[in-house]
Design a protein around this ligand. Structure first.
Ligand SMILES: Cc1cc2nc3c(=O)[nH]c(=O)nc-3n(C[C@H](O)[C@H](O)[C@H](O)COP(=O)(O)OP(=O)(O)OC[C@H]3O[C@@H](n4cnc5c(N)ncnc54)[C@H](O)[C@@H]3O)c2cc1C
Length: 424
């Protein structure tokens, strides 16, 4: 079988460390755990479980990191996708503290794995949050101060408008803060580095191996196009690419597309004097950072159907030019999109939907940290302690309205409304 390519090509595929293909599965295997999907969630679970001595088989329909994990903005954020105010109001103060601590653990896990497995993935400390509405500035900065007071998080420095403009090379924002505990990385090289560590610990990874059915018996029989895996435990880590594999999950998790470009190296036009990543306060977030060779890697714009814009480069360029008008005509060397999954509440979806089947997805743009933690929590649950997995699994998770056929158009309307609010 020919090896699928990393399609679409991106800045990340152009700077990949390890393009070694893994074989496709063409036989029947037995394992303690079968992992479906080789992104952060699946590979993190495989690494954790293999390190604990479980036999693990990972099956990936394309290549390791082919999905969102190998295409994203690489930004490692603090906290959950919802802020602490929202969490305190919805799950209570105690749970909000536990969720904050777990998000801190997620960041530490990523940094620890980079260090422990010597993963060459351009890690850099620092993420700046830029506020795009004057009326929001005081509240956003107050929240940052509350993190220090109520959660003991002292990595944040407030930035006024001038300080922010000096740090990010544009004066279109009203102020913000720098989070020294967050940062950014090359996501494809990170997931590939974790995959190698998982293999070193004994996991077996198969690429070009699409799962066509997940059985409901025990052991669970996972059918692939040319083989099968029999396992007591199955980890479904397909996120935005589920496509009919698990209808109960698909009702609550919606795929959306997000887009990124990488400019030519900017040399002395580089707008960011430091190495910080930047994300703004829009609902449809603009996010960016510089690559080691000083290209601007800029993400902005979403679409809600399976179809991508015909001209991804032009689509993202329009967003970039609002922040950096001086780069409106800069050469763009790479532009690509990817599919992530969101939930109605924007908190992740963790469930055991039937005996032996663990599902984690819907990280809603926070997966660099939380999908990696999800792998660890699934690993703990498989090993017999589901306490922390269940903390997430107990979060209420509304299905998207509209059923199978109408939920995408209804959600597209809702998202368009939020995007419009960003502009007003
Ligand atoms: C453009 C973009 C920018 C983003 N930026 C950020 C960011 O800066 N910070 C952040 O925290 N998050 C960001 N995200 C979100 C983040 O990338 C995801 O939350 C995270 O990668 C999810 O990881 P995952 O392993 O769950 O899913 P994925 O990485 O999507 O992996 C799922 C895998 O399952 C495989 N699969 C699916 N179906 C099957 C099947 N039937 N058989 C076998 N394999 C199958 C797919 O091929 C895929 O490789 C971004 C996402 C996108 C698309």
């Amino acid at each position: 079988m020919s090896v699928p390519s990393y399609d679409p090509a991106s800045y990340y595929t152009a700077t990949i460390n390890d393009d070694r293909p893994r074989p496709a599965l063409t036989e029947s295997l037995t394992a303690d755990v079968c992992v479906i999907g080789a992104g952060f969630t699946g590979i993190s679970a495989a690494l954790h479980l293999a390190e604990q001595g479980f036999s693990v088989v990972v099956v990936e329909q394309k290549r390791i990191g082919w999905g969102a994990s190998g295409r994203n903005g690489g930004q490692l954020h603090s906290g959950q996708r919802r802020d602490q105010h929202w969490l305190e109001a919805h799950v209570g103060k105690d749970q909000a503290h536990v969720l904050w601590d777990m998000a801190e653990e997620a960041k530490a896990l990523v940094k620890d794995r980079i260090a422990r497995h010597a993963i060459d993935c351009d890690w850099a400390d620092g993420l700046i949050h830029a506020v795009h509405k004057k009326a929001w500035l005081a509240a956003e900065q107050r929240e940052a101060e509350e993190l220090a007071r109520d959660y003991g998080y002292d990595a944040i420095t407030l930035l006024d408008r001038d300080e922010l403009a000096a740090a990010i090379g544009t004066d279109v924002y009203f102020g913000g803060y720098r989070d020294a505990g967050a940062g950014h990385l090359h996501p494809l090289n990170f997931v590939l580095g974790m995959a190698k560590a998982a293999e070193d610990a004994g996991a077996r990874i198969f690429e070009a191996t699409r799962v066509t059915d997940i059985g409901s018996g025990q052991p669970v029989v996972v059918k692939t196009e040319k083989g099968e895996v029999r396992a007591a435990n199955v980890v479904l880590a397909a996120n935005g690419y589920l496509e009919g594999l698990e209808p109960a999950t698909e009702a609550r998790v919606l795929p959306i597309n997000n887009y990124i470009l990488a400019t030519e190296p900017l040399g002395d036009r580089d707008p960011i004097p430091g190495d910080d990543a930047v994300a703004d306060s829009r609902w449809v977030v603009h996010y960016w950072r510089m690559s080691p060779d000083r290209r601007l890697i800029f993400g902005g714009g979403e679409t809600y159907s399976r179809r991508c814009p015909a001209d991804v480069s032009g689509f993202v360029r329009r967003h970039m030019a609002k922040i950096y008008p001086q780069f409106a005509n800069v050469r763009i060397d790479h532009a690509w999109g990817g599919t992530l999954a969101i939930t109605a509440s924007r908190m992740p979806y963790f469930r055991r939907t039937r005996p032996g089947l663990y599902v984690a997805c819907g990280f809603s743009g926070h997966g660099v940290a939380i999908a990696n933690l999800a792998g660890r929590l699934i690993g703990e649950a498989v090993a017999g302690d589901a306490t922390r997995f269940d903390m997430f699994a107990k979060l209420p998770m509304m299905p998207f309205p509209g059923g199978k056929w109408l939920r995408t158009p209804i959600q597209a309307l809702a998202m368009t409304w939020f995007a419009l609010r960003d502009r007003l």
